[in-house]
Design a protein around this ligand. Sequence first.
Ligand code: DAT
Ligand code: MG
Length: 144
Amino acid sequence: MEKTFFMIKPDGVQRGLMGQILRRIERRGFRIEQLQMIRPSRELLDSHYQHLRGKVFYPSLLDYMMSGPLLIGILSGSDVIASWRTMMGETNPKDALPGTIRGDFAQAPEANAPMMNCVHGSDSLDSARREIELWFGGATEDSN
Ligand code: DAT
Ligand code: MG
């Protein structure tokens, strides 16, 4: 069964949205294989966001991601990588359609503020494998 890595980001945790977001995952029928609250190191985030290092917004992205705890997890299910991306909606909350998590819950970015979009999901099979290994290491065995 396909697996993906997901997060509820600090804005989602701080605004009390974990329950509503997890409810959507359960309602959609994806299996939650792993779930953990974490305060990641800068090194871990640097590795996670390696494709964005050097972007002008990168320092504020890291500050935002270190501003509070994250909920990280692994989902499994049919086509879960693409389906979870569809459920999340567009990266920028101002473009995210109503009905998506970002479209329903995330707030449009203000000038010079980080883009806070509540959730993360791996964008390909390769990145799902890489991110599951990065965040959960050996802890990905099926727990039933
Ligand atoms: P996604 O989270 O939809 O996979 P991404 O991987 O391109 O998008 O970017 C990772 C995060 O970086 C994204 O959730 C928010 C931030 N980000 C991306 N593009 C940005 C931009 N143009 N300005 C500010 N923040 C941005
Ligand atoms: Mg991404």
